[in-house]
Design a protein around this ligand. Sequence first.
Ligand SMILES: NC(=O)c1ccc[n+]([C@@H]2O[C@H](COP(=O)([O-])OP(=O)(O)OC[C@H]3O[C@@H](n4cnc5c(N)ncnc54)[C@H](O)[C@@H]3O)[C@@H](O)[C@H]2O)c1
Length: 273
Amino acid sequence: MNSYGLLAGKTGVIFGALNESSIAWAIAEAALREGARFALSNAPVARRLGSLDKLAEASGSPVIWADATKDGDLQTLFEQVKMHYGQIDFIVHAIGMGVNVRKRVPYEKLNYDWYAKTLDISAVSLHRIVHHSLETGAMRHGGSILTITYIGAQRSFSHYSEMGDAKALLESIVRTWGSRLGKYGIRINAISQSPTRTTAGQGISGFDAMYEFGNQMSPLGNADAASCGDYAVTLLSDLTRMVTMQTLYHDGGFSSMGIASEFVQPLMEKLKG
Ligand SMILES: NC(=O)c1ccc[n+]([C@@H]2O[C@H](COP(=O)([O-])OP(=O)(O)OC[C@H]3O[C@@H](n4cnc5c(N)ncnc54)[C@H](O)[C@@H]3O)[C@@H](O)[C@H]2O)c1
């Protein structure tokens, strides 16, 4: 992909790149190609689980370890970012984890402490990040904030379980913050992404079936992480300066489909027989 220089001169923070399969990693690569400079952040535990230092080295980015559920970590992060870059133009929040989902606890029997942790990591962390970016004065007028969601916020996907609730809250936070960020000239949006083979994605039991269903149902097939990176940079650029408070589907057409002929055909044959 050629560079269009969409983010030339812009700076930001990208949360959530764990390894090469992460959506945040693909966004970082696309942002770098488009001329941005950015700090990378992840939870301290990701230091031994992932390979963020590799991305940091390749992109010449500082890494600031911060648990996105901890106010102190986020306050310090934005102070450091401000010292490094001055005010920044964008924030990417690509953080999520379903604790019950990962531990294979069904929705009917949720452990509520884990459920609260799921909501805190996957949704409330966006609220905290926006809050601390404002408190520290780290975001510039005209800035763009982006998060990554899934259509499980609107529709029930059996194995997505508690994560559907987390994404519904996440998308609501986008709207509720968005109405307040306008006066700072800051916009906020969510990309609703296809099932993507990442560490978080594959932590969901039945992920392969959801992936296959999405792929067969979507006229263009599932959108991959690299194309999500390309879409993300348009939303971080000035080209989309009047877009805010939106859930934007990046899913090969899945969200507008009812049923694809791949699924009708076998049913017709079954009914005939
Ligand atoms: N993979 C998919 O199918 C898919 C589809 C739609 C949306 N999403 C969303 O995309 C986002 C990125 O996930 P991904 O699929 O790239 O997986 P990923 O596992 O690569 O990224 C999730 C990231 O969240 C980080 N994280 C977890 N707890 C944290 C904490 N307390 N503080 C800071 N960071 C923390 C992890 O370390 C990891 O880097 C998530 O919000 C996910 O729900 C994923």
